[in-house]
Write a protein that binds this ligand. Structure first.
Ligand code: FMN
Length: 178
């Protein structure tokens, strides 16, 4: 019988090291409840389903944004451009993702549902809450997309603990792929 995986054991260390190799985009999940705004930098965003239109984002289970989304029934996900690393850093800072009356230093607006959407995002998804699924120490927020749009720019990426940008040369130029 193998030993159980714990957050502190060698298997968890291997998990963390392996996970650092996973390259992702960077997004900010936002919500509003009772006059307070919530924002959190995430890499766990996933476009989930076309029929119906669903997206998901995994957020630390005890994060206040989970309670806000449950209570308010809506949230938005804004995909960051490579000019928004400062926004990613800000909303990854403990305690910085919560503000009474909104975030004055980071412009936001509302779209279809009334959830805050970041100005200048590469893409955004405005969602009504579909379901919240338990996922260990995280909660998987699944949203039904009410509106989405894109703007020009290049994505902000995250890999091996650092922010990165896309290399301008697509791999197709080597003859691999379509
Ligand atoms: C690039 C990046 C991606 C992150 N992705 C997630 C994520 O998907 N889910 C999550 O719960 N936290 C994620 N975090 C961590 C949170 O952004 C961070 O712990 C949190 O916002 C800290 O504030 P709090 O402790 O006040 O909640 C990520 C951090 C960074 C820098």
């Amino acid at each position: 019988m193998s030993a159980p995986v714990t957050a502190a054991g060698p298997a968890a260390e291997a998990y963390r090291t392996a996970a650092r190799h996973w390259a992702t985009g960077v997004a900010v999940v936002t919500a509003e409840h009772a006059g307070e705004s919530f924002a959190k930098t995430v890499s766990s965003f996933c476009p989930l389903s076309l029929d119906p239109l669903l997206v998901s984002v995994a957020v630390t289970r005890h994060s206040p944004i989970v309670a806000a989304v449950r209570a308010d029934g809506r949230f938005a996900v804004s995909v960051l451009t490579d000019r928004q690393a400062h926004v990613a850093r800000r909303f990854a800072t403990p305690g910085a993702g919560r503000a009474l009356g909104g975030f004055t230093a980071v412009p936001m607006r509302t779209e279809a549902t009334g959830a805050p959407v970041l100005e200048g995002a590469l893409a955004w998804f405005d969602c009504r809450l579909h379901t919240v699924l338990p996922a260990g120490d995280h909660a998987l927020l699944v949203g039904r997309v009410a509106a989405a749009a894109t703007a020009p720019g290049r994505p902000l990426l995250y890999q091996d603990g650092g922010y990165r940008t896309l290399a301008p040369t697509p791999l197709t130029s080597t003859g691999v792929g379509a």
